[in-house]
Write a protein that binds this ligand. Structure first.
Ligand code: NDP
Ligand code: 2IT
Length: 446
């Protein structure tokens, strides 16, 4: 019966949201777990909560005109999806990447609602961004774009309404420019953004939080097997914010990381990306804004152009670049090569058929909405600190992050236990859903 309900639900969703393939994918993975759950708990199905949750509360699309360094006018498209505010203000990042479109941001906003629910903090879900490509642009061009983007977005956000942060292509530089323009337009200094610089209200450990949190989550999964990351050979993809701090924490826990990538290819360093090499990568990526290929030239290791790292033999993988970067055949190869841990730093990095391969093999699979929730969790802690007008120490924030990742893991266990196996994907979907659904039920048909 659930199978038929899922088919009908998805048919309707696709007809209403044509062409939004990533949104369809994210919803289908969740609905496949939630429909049997709400069938068994009819108070949720009668209130049409799943149907309500896939419809954004508000979608804002706007023109972003700006002038490049040659004086030429450029036009980009800006978006903010205000998906769900049942448990708190809309919260979620901004992505600047040429691939950005409505379907991608709706998938991210939908995932964010459930992820934020799992963090234990009072945050609703949202996501936004633009098809603007920061790559190859000067600092001045990035600032012009950010100022124009915020000149429209400022109407719709606020510290108690909607609090954006970074995502792909939006790091410390962009957040600074965006926050500065908001402050100028509103004439107020508030915690309207997270991921801010330390000197203007940013939280300690926010830059590290997503990568560190993902490693803590993997360690929790391994603990259930009496195992740990110590001595494990790990493959990480991406080389941006999430990837960098994933490597840092893996090194601290005694694992060996052998890969990093960007959209051009990946490096394989069999000796491991140690602290010193990681510092070099951080400078390459965050300051020089160069390509990962340079790592192979500098440290004399292998570089594979146009490829992803999933063919490398390893014990654990931490996909930390983008959606759908692990295909079904990649998943098959990973399992065949003996990989027994997949902890998702990126959002939805594994194709649906790949997830099925991991679940069938019964390996430890940490889905993104649970495993990468440490980033938004520390964003929530940044909001708390801004409201209190004080800042916590590094130790305090780190301890809270660790506690939150353990709580998320426990929630997944409670809702995802199957016979001799923990289905973390199911656990995260049901665990995330319940809190939002209960809040929506209590608030009536709004
Ligand atoms: P960054 O912009 O800092 O880094 C992104 C990295 O991924 C770069 O190495 C980039 O390579 C690569 N990448 C991006 N798009 C593609 C693509 N289409 N194909 C191949 N490689 C690609 O972003 P983040 O590290 O912040 O984000 C990485 C992932 O983590 C995203 O999925 C994001 O949604 C997710 N995430 C981020 C959080 C955060 O706090 N920042 C929190 C939770 C999840 P290149 O430079 O060549 O583009
Ligand atoms: O996908 C994500 O969780 C993020 N990009 C972080 C969002 C946030 O508000 O910190």
């Amino acid at each position: 019966m659930s199978e038929q309900k899922l088919i009908a639900f998805m048919k309707n969703l696709k007809a209403k949201n044509p062409g939004e393939t990533e949104f369809h994918q994210a919803v289908e993975e969740v609905a496949a777990e939630i429909i049997p759950f709400i069938t068994a708990n009819p108070k949720y199905s009668e209130a049409k909560l799943l149907e309500r949750m896939v419809e954004p509360e508000r979608t804002i699309i706007f023109r972003v005109p700006w002038r490049d360094d040659r004086g030429e006018i450029q036009i980009n498209r800006g978006f903010r999806i205000q998906m769900n505010s049942a448990i708190g203000p809309y919260k979620g990042g901004l992505r600047f990447h040429p691939s950005v479109n409505l379907g991608i941001l709706k998938f991210l906003a939908f995932e964010q609602v459930l992820k934020n629910s799992l963090t234990t903090l009072p945050m609703g879900g949202g996501k936004g961004g633009s098809d603007f490509d920061p790559k190859g642009k000067s600092d001045n061009e990035v600032m012009s774009f950010c100022q124009s983007f915020m000149s429209e977005l400022f109407r719709y956000i606020g510290p108690d309404t909607d609090v954006p942060a970074g995502d792909i292509g939006v790091g410390a530089r962009e957040v600074g420019f965006l926050f500065g323009q908001y402050k100028k337009l509103r004439n107020e200094f508030t915690g309207v953004f997270t991921g801010k610089g330390r000197s203007f209200g940013g939280s300690l450990v926010r830059p590290e939080a997503t990568g560190y949190g993902n490693v803590f989550f993997a360690e929790e999964m391994l603990k259930t097997k009496g195992n740990s990351l110590k001595g494990k050979v790990c493959a990480v993809s991406g080389s941006g914010n999430v990837a960098q701090f994933t490597v840092e924490m893996l090194n601290k826990l005694g694992a060996k990381v052998v890969t990093l990538s960007d959209s051009n290819g990946f490096i394989f360093d069999k000796d491991g990306i140690n602290e010193e090499k990681l510092a070099w990568v951080m400078e390459l990526k965050n300051e020089k804004r160069g390509r990962i290929r340079k790592y192979a030239e500098k440290f004399g290791c292998e570089y594979s152009d146009g490829k992803r790292p999933w063919g490398v033999k390893c014990d654990a993988v931490f996909p930390s670049a983008t959606q759908n970067e692990i295909s079904k055949s990649d998943a098959e190869i990973l399992v065949k090569n003996g990989c027994s841990v997949v902890s998702e730093g990126a959002n939805m990095p594994t194709e649906s058929d790949g997830v099925k391969i991991f679940l069938k093999a019964k390996i430890l699979f940490g889905p993104s909405k649970a495993a990468n929730a440490g980033g938004v969790a520390v964003s929530g802690l940044e909001m708390s600190q801004n409201s209190l007008r004080l800042s916590w120490t590094r130790e305090e924030v780190l301890a809270k992050l660790q506690g939150i990742m353990q709580a998320i893991h426990a929630n997944c266990l409670a809702n995802g236990q199957e016979e001799n196996f923990v289905n973390y994907a199911k656990g995260a979907n049901i665990g995330g859903f319940i809190k939002v659904a209960d809040a929506m039920l209590a608030q009536g048909v709004v």
